[in-house]
Design a protein around this ligand. Structure first.
Ligand code: NAP
Length: 298
């Protein structure tokens, strides 16, 4: 947890929400479920990952996801393509994986090279194997409050809120960022009826006026903008729960979207970077892969 080195000189009053520990527990529970599923069905859940190009960060993300699969008893295969891969070649690989009955989940690591239309590729993944929950059919189910697959990062954050005993119902949640991957589905999950939901949600983005006035009203502040240490202490209400989704590489170090040291002296609970949201995203991906395997046998 590099963030904890940044607290020198600041009063650390916030409880640290240890995503690494929560994710490790979830992965253990999942491994037991996977073993039981294999015993009942003789089917081993299988996640196929597609990595295009040689982006080092993407390669690390994929490797971490593969390792986590193996530890949970989930089969994982990697399809590595060159940075010059054409859209047609990638589409035909996705089609092959769609048609392969042995594959239950397909993960296309983003970002894709410039010559490839990301939306076209994500739409091509058959919705029953779309373990990232990016397909319009799966997003529609999330919007309607009857998800088939949970959006991985937002669902991981929701689990951290549950685990840390944060009261979400009736709280004002401010989500910074409106991306399809984090901000938008996060807002959807928390505004639904149900456990760790029923919140009043405000979504902010780059065109939001008087941003700090809004963030200061948040009981729960979720930062997902991709800008290192953007959320400063003066933007946080004393006692707020702060969830930092950001993963920004600064001087070879991972830094969140939250200025951790000063903010941890004001917040009541906070996630570190690394070791907060990131491990939860992977745990939820594994859960979705087991769900996909279950769907395939029913
Ligand atoms: N830990 C994990 O598992 C995980 C998973 C996914 C992402 N991430 C990290 O989370 C961060 C966000 O990722 P993303 O994919 O959601 O990013 P994204 O697609 O780049 O979206 C960023 C969002 O932040 C908004 N924004 C940017 N600058 C802003 C500002 N100054 N004030 C207010 N809003 C601003 C943008 O507004 P506009 O829409 O107006 O442009 C956009 O909605 C990144 O650091 C990413 O690496 C981490």
């Amino acid at each position: 947890m590099d963030d904890l080195n940044d607290t020198k000189g600041f009063p650390l009053t916030a409880k640290i929400i240890d995503g690494k520990a929560v994710a490790a527990r979830l992965r253990e529970e999942l491994a037991t479920e996977v073993a039981a599923f294999i015993q009942q069905t003789s089917v081993t859940p299988h996640l196929a990952a597609v990595l295009v190009g040689a982006d080092p960060a993407s390669a690390i993300y994929v490797r971490n996801k593969q390792r986590a699969c193996e530890k949970a008893g989930i089969k994982s295969t990697l399809h590595k393509l060159s940075a010059e891969t054409t859209q047609d070649a990638l589409l035909s690989l996705v089609q092959r994986l769609n048609d392969d009955a042995d594959v239950h989940g397909i993960l296309v690591q983003l970002p894709l090279p410039k010559q490839i239309d990301e939306t076209a590729i994500l739409d091509a993944v058959v919705s029953a194997k779309d373990v990232d929950a990016f397909h319009p059919a799966n997003v529609g189910l999330i919007v309607q409050g009857r998800p088939r697959f949970l959006p991985c990062t937002p669902a991981g954050i929701q689990q951290l809120l549950i685990d840390s005993g944060t009261i979400v119902a009736g709280s004002h949640v401010v989500v910074l960022g409106r991306s399809e991957i984090v901000g938008k589905p996060m807002a959807l999950l928390l505004m639904q009826k149900g456990p760790a939901a029923n919140a009043t949600v405000t979504v902010c983005h780059s065109r939001t006026q008087n941003l700090a006035d809004i963030t200061r009203t948040a009981d729960i502040l979720i930062a997902a903008i991709g800008s290192a240490k953007f959320v400063t202490a003066d933007m946080v209400k004393p006692g707020a729960v702060v969830i930092d989704v950001g993963t920004n590489r600064v001087d070879e170090k991972l830094v969140g979207d939250v200025d951790f040291g000063p903010v941890s002296g004001i917040a009541s609970a906070i996630t570190p970077v690394p070791g907060g949201v990131g491990p939860m995203t992977i745990a939820m991906l594994l859960r979705n892969t087991l769900t996909a395997a279950r769907l395939s046998v029913h």
